[in-house]
Write a protein that binds this ligand. Sequence first.
Ligand SMILES: [Zn+2]
Ligand SMILES: [Zn+2]
Length: 289
Amino acid sequence: MKDGSIVFSVLGTRGSGPASGENQKEYGLATSCYVVETKDALIYLDAGSGMASADADRVREGKQVVVLLTHPHTDHLLGLPFLPALHDPGETVTLMAAKRGDMGAKQQVDRLYSSPLWPCLMEDLPAKLVYKDLVMSEKTETFQIGDVTVEYMEGNHPGGSTVYALSYEGKRLVYATDFEHLDLLPEMQPNKAPVACGDTAWKRLVEFAKDADLILFDAPYTDAEYERKKGFGHSTTEKAVELQKVTSAGKVLISHYEVRKTDEELRELEKKYGNPQVLFTKQGMKIEL
Ligand SMILES: [Zn+2]
Ligand SMILES: [Zn+2]
């Protein structure tokens, strides 16, 4: 990699759960996991099943290894025990997540990775795993990972989901997954379609993501499909296209594909909505900024 550059790699593109069809391999089977590499850091965005394909032989020497978790839904945690760095006795991995209810980062991970759902605890793995709870407030919060400045804010998703922005050497990358573009009335009635009551979350995202070089955005549905998926906490392909325009972002990457979407369906959507600024992610894709 070039000095001062950020390399963004796609390890998992599926949303809600992994796919397994022969006709889904082109866009990817594994769930949400991306890695951002700079001179000093390897920052994993979520720990979905794609994390299992992280390079085992990647040179980590001297680089901080950090996992930024958006939220603890299982599709974002399925791959955590397979992160190669966690199997290296000399390594320290830091996992950061916003508190969800009264659960800090460690409790969120341990809920899934403990008996009877998993045979061992994460602290039984050879590397040292350090947890950090991120404080969530009304405004944007900031911290550093080496030379990378990380800003974050609350998204719009059942149970919450953190939106992150990573800045390094004048480049800015925004990770906004599991984000619904409409605010919905909080008192949802069973068996009744939720009612949209505004778009304050969307406006906050547009402000947060303005002029980013790259935005990864959650778009498992089309606008037409969304009518039946309101309140699920996700957005649409059409909103991803709009997001690129209103933020003037260099690139918007569409991801978190619906678990049943086939390559053919995604190819059709890409033909209709894709352009040099709006890309459909594929597992294995790499972008250098
Ligand atoms: Zn998800
Ligand atoms: Zn989720």
